[in-house]
Design a protein around this ligand. Sequence first.
Ligand code: TYM
Length: 329
Amino acid sequence: MDIVLSGIRPTGQLHLGNYFGALRNFVRMQYDAKCYFFIADYHAMTTHTDPAHLHDHVKTILSEYLAAGINPDIATIYVQSDVPQVAELSLLLSMHAYVGELERTASFKDKVRKNPNNVNAGLLTYPVLMAADILLHRATHVPVGKDQEQHLELTRVFARRFNNMYGVDFFPESQPYNFGADLVKIPGLDGTGKMGKSENNGIFLADSDEVIRKKVMRAVTDTGPTEPNSPLSDGVANIFTIMEAVSSPDTIAYFREKYATCEIRYGDLKKQLAEDIIKVVAPIRERIEAIRNDESYLRRVVRDGAEKARESTDRTVSEVRRIMGIRPF
Ligand code: TYM
């Protein structure tokens, strides 16, 4: 049976990128595979989260996992820092991770560029910690967005290296996964790159209908096509990309045709997009608050989750210790 694992950093509310890149897949996969979905609080700490807010953010992600439809009786949901084997496997794997390859990781270089005053060792070993998350459960499939592709590639490098080094066939080659399609990158509404928590260009699962409409109506477009079949500007291309995730094929075809024939009205396009986003977000949002306020339920979910997670992580770490030569007296 497939073993699925994935995680999200608790750095704020989840946005549409997190949903279509990761969370929606979690919900769809849980009935067909053994699934582990966790909250990556150690990873969040690499950018120095405020201690006053970390727990609250963990609670937010946990409530959003559950509101989106992850069933804790079927999938295992846990908080990364509740499972000490994560730290141990990360340490053991770091013995075979080369500083050069970690320094070349795109996400590390990006963090160094954006935050030159906080180039900490945790940022450098971020992909090792992530490999530990995945390999602890010997996961075969990892539902993630396109931005995590390189981290998964490194996880496979570490797994192969470990297997070769010790002459074992222990770790699988974990593959990034998107239900029935290529990995996705949901763009922001500001005409640039991807939707992100810190880029201030996102639509959140907790946003009200009114906020969603306002954000979409403000999305960057252009002055409109002047010739049939002219290429899309970045802003308009982004709107169509988000539409691909939320709207029906008929709706998308209709607006593409209107664009190709220069009859498009961006106001209509945005109104339609906003309504289609609301159809996805509203039912989730309505469940978030109630779940978030049910402290005893949340406590039970993470306690049971940590216990279930430890069953497989205990086994993996004991075996890795044995393979690497750590023996009890
Ligand atoms: P994080 O917290 O940045 O993002 C969580 C998930 O959301 C996806 N995502 C997107 N997908 C499509 N379009 C976007 N605009 C977009 N923005 C975010 C990410 O690809 C990710 O799947 N390193 C991970 C957390 C992690 C993890 C793991 C993931 C730690 N250990 C083990 C999988 C397996 C991260 O920072 O994701």
